[in-house]
Design a binder for this molecule. Sequence first.
Ligand SMILES: Nc1ncnc2c1ncn2[C@@H]1O[C@H](COP(=O)(O)OP(=O)(O)O)[C@@H](O)[C@H]1O
Ligand SMILES: [Mg+2]
Length: 210
Amino acid sequence: MKGRKLVLVYGEAETGKTTLVIQSAVNCARAGFKTIFVDADNTFFSRRMRQLANDDFEALAPQIILMKPDSFEQQAQAINSLDDYVSSRVKLVVIDTITSRYREELGKGRDAFKLNRELNRQLGYLAQIVNTKKVACIVVSQVRSVLLGDGASIQPVAVRVLKFWADTVISMRPTPKTEVVRLTVSEKGDKERAPKPILLKIEEMGLREI
Ligand SMILES: Nc1ncnc2c1ncn2[C@@H]1O[C@H](COP(=O)(O)OP(=O)(O)O)[C@@H](O)[C@H]1O
Ligand SMILES: [Mg+2]
């Protein structure tokens, strides 16, 4: 992926979002660069990376700096520390997912206005890192279903905040086949061209176009 881009990946649970971002980190490592991976979901990162990196796991693992914040406050600290951590060897920053700790706080009845402002600040900070440090950043978000008149429509939580900052938006949708997902990429400011979805199969070794 080209540097200097803030990419939003959103979709329902089990649509391969984490697979996509770990695969991106592995590809980045294969190209000889480092990734800072903020795993705010506490996923089985190492186990999935072992599958995706296959025989190269031992060689590639040191290229990925893993941070595991377990609160929205720790997530804020992790993001604030990027200014120090992002060196010239780092080409990718991943936040998977940027909204789970935020939702956790909302669920506890914390001030939604303050939380939205903090989420907005984190995105703005990431956008600044992307612009000043020549890195790409992928932020992942879960979605909240919004029911429209013609059936279910899917939107990420805090959608306006996330889309405001993103240069590229990738949506991952389920299909009738459980292991197959539909991925759509749209670039900001490219309204004329209708994004063309691609179908991907989630496999042991990662996502494969079919
Ligand atoms: N080793 C594997 N082989 C095949 N499919 C897998 C493997 N590991 C996870 N999956 C599938 O990937 C999907 C979850 O992908 P994940 O990237 O965690 O999604 P998300 O982050 O969007 O919740 C599940 O449907 C799961 O069955
Ligand atoms: Mg995930």
